[in-house]
Design a protein around this ligand. Structure first.
Ligand SMILES: Cc1cc2nc3c(=O)[nH]c(=O)nc-3n(C[C@H](O)[C@H](O)[C@H](O)COP(=O)(O)O)c2cc1C
Length: 181
């Protein structure tokens, strides 16, 4: 059993993240997907419902496209309202202790642009330290992210190639989920 929090503000036009979700849903694993855009089109996130969903699962996957070297606003807002004091942190805030925290994301630019002399200057992992620390602060078990590059149209891949990479990504994610069972 795993919970997938899908933080894509336009899931209807998504190619990469949508493909990943489709593969996960077709797998034999029991996976609950919460599509934040569909559930909360006006960003009125129900923190209690989300916390209850977290309590039902041992493993939480955060699935999203990288936007401005970070997660899309709807997912950041989800963290702001769901990872509350005395739930995720604080003297009584141990409700997420020991749960697995897996970032799973798609990166528009190719890997070759993510280095000191490249367009994006930093290595891609330089951008997810905040996620790792968020997991530690909530006493969760941080699992190495699953991701792939080249989902932007200017990255040079065809739609079919992006789809194939997304399917491969989903396979790697499922493998990681099985290892955690
Ligand atoms: C608002 C916005 C910001 C983006 N910022 C980045 C970025 O900082 N780095 C990057 O490599 N790609 C960036 N991209 C490209 C997205 O990562 C890419 O469109 C996404 O991974 C494709 O996934 P999808 O097919 O599920 O929509 C951005 C795209 C949008 C729309």
């Amino acid at each position: 059993m795993a919970l997938v929090i899908l933080g894509h503000p336009h899931s209807e036009t998504s190619l990469a993240n949508k493909t990943i979700i489709e593969v996960l849903q077709k797998s034999e694993m029991a996976i609950e997907v919460r599509d934040l855009q569909q559930l909360y089109p006006h960003y009125q996130i129900d923190s209690k419902a989300e916390q209850e969903a977290l309590l039902r699962h041992q493993t939480i996957v955060f699935q999203y496209p990288v936007y401005w070297y970070n997660m899309p606003a709807i997912l950041k807002h989800w963290f702001d309202v769901v990872f509350e004091y005395q739930f995720a942190y604080g003297s009584q805030g141990d409700k997420l202790r020991g749960k697995n925290f897996i970032p799973s994301f798609t990166v528009g630019g190719p890997e070759s642009e993510y280095h000191t002399k490249g367009e994006h200057h930093f290595r891609v992992y330089d951008f997810w330290k905040n996620l790792e620390q968020t997991a530690y602060y909530a006493q969760m078990n941080y699992v190495e992210p699953v991701y792939f590059h080249g989902t932007s149209p200017h990255a040079g891949l065809t739609e079919q190639e992006v789809k194939d990479k997304a399917k491969h990504h989903a396979g790697r994610l499922l493998h990681r989920l099985r290892e955690l069972e």
